[in-house]
Design a protein around this ligand. Structure first.
Ligand code: ATP
Ligand code: MG
Length: 280
């Protein structure tokens, strides 16, 4: 099992869209995914078709709860004909209140999610075992607060999502510094940096310019892009996997882009497993 935090402190760049697109690609490939929705906005939760979630991540973060995530994992509502629907650790608006409360813990509360995910994740009735859960995607809020920090302490690797716009290079730089600071605090050299997914790449000159700036600044880190397409936002709005949207324009192209991104993540996932084994 490998956990990937999907991050950027900037809002609206497509973190949730990439989480849902990757979950869709994994599902279409027959791979069971768990989506952990750490954003009080709950966009990944509703994107997975869950509008009245049961107890969610907030309950798990409220107290130190070793292995506690298993108890709140629920099924998503994506159709089964695409592939195994993702499982979900749901968000709730109360997560926004939890964040300042976590900051008052004198021992530090940055590792509560890591603790909750530790030790044979999903073992309650009807749930999958850890060995059957190759990928966990953690959707982060648009900030560098304690929720995102919890994701970075729990994750094996980090996927940075950005759009090719003004200040994107600066924003990515700040995020990389934060990831490095967290890595120094964790004893196992994690989270590894998986790369930068450039999302909402349009056909405009401006988009191409900022995409080139990002690729010049981070030549080895940029992953295959995801283009701006109506089909991508339609999938989210309809709470459906992009791979299940049928023959509408742009669906095949967008699905192929998320497949390509997943291809880049899965080899890295395998390497992370190896480095885990070494550090164990
Ligand atoms: N590739 C894309 N093509 C078309 N629309 C997109 C694409 N990526 C994202 N969007 C749209 O852009 C908006 C913002 O995307 P999204 O919610 O995924 O960003 P976010 O980074 O998760 O935002 P937040 O920081 O608020 O959590 C949404 O309406 C989404 O549907
Ligand atoms: Mg989001």
């Amino acid at each position: 099992m490998v956990a990937v935090a999907v991050v950027n402190q900037k809002g609206g760049v497509g973190k949730t869209t990439v989480v849902l697109g990757l979950a869709s690609a994994a599902s279409a490939r027959g791979t069971q995914v768990l989506v952990v929705d750490l954003d009080p906005q709950g966009n990944a939760t509703t994107g997975l078709g869950v509008f009245e979630p049961g107890p969610g991540v907030d309950e798990v973060l409220a107290v130190e709860s070793p292995g506690g995530l298993a108890a709140i994992v629920e099924d998503s509502a994506w159709p089964v004909d695409v592939g195994p629907p993702p499982r979900l650790a749901a968000s709730s608006p109360s997560l926004a209140v939890r964040e300042p409360q976590l900051a008052t813990d004198p021992l530090g509360a940055q590792d509560r999610l890591a603790m909750a995910m530790r030790g044979g994740m999903i073992t309650n009735e009807g749930s999958v075992q850890e060995a059957d859960l190759p990928l966990v995607l953690i959707d982060c809020p648009p900030s560098l607060g304690l929720l995102t920090v919890n994701a970075l302490f729990a994750a094996d690797s980090v996927l940075l999502v950005t759009e090719p716009g003004a200040w994107a290079v600066d924003g990515v730089g700040r995020m990389i510094q934060t990831i490095e600071r967290i890595r120094m605090r964790r004893s196992n050299g994690l989270p590894e940096e998986m790369g930068i997914a450039v999302n909402r790449l349009g056909r405009t000159r401006d988009g191409r310019y900022w995409d080139q700036q990002l690729r010049a600044a981070y030549p080895d880190r940029c992953l295959p892009p995801v283009h701006l397409r109506a089909a991508v936002s339609e999938a989210a709005a309809q709470s459906l996997p992009i791979h299940g949207l049928g023959r509408r324009p742009g669906v095949a192209e967008a699905s192929a882009e998320f497949d390509a991104l997943l291809d880049r993540i899965l080899p890295s996932v395998a390497e992370t497993n190896i480095s885990h084994d070494r550090s164990a």
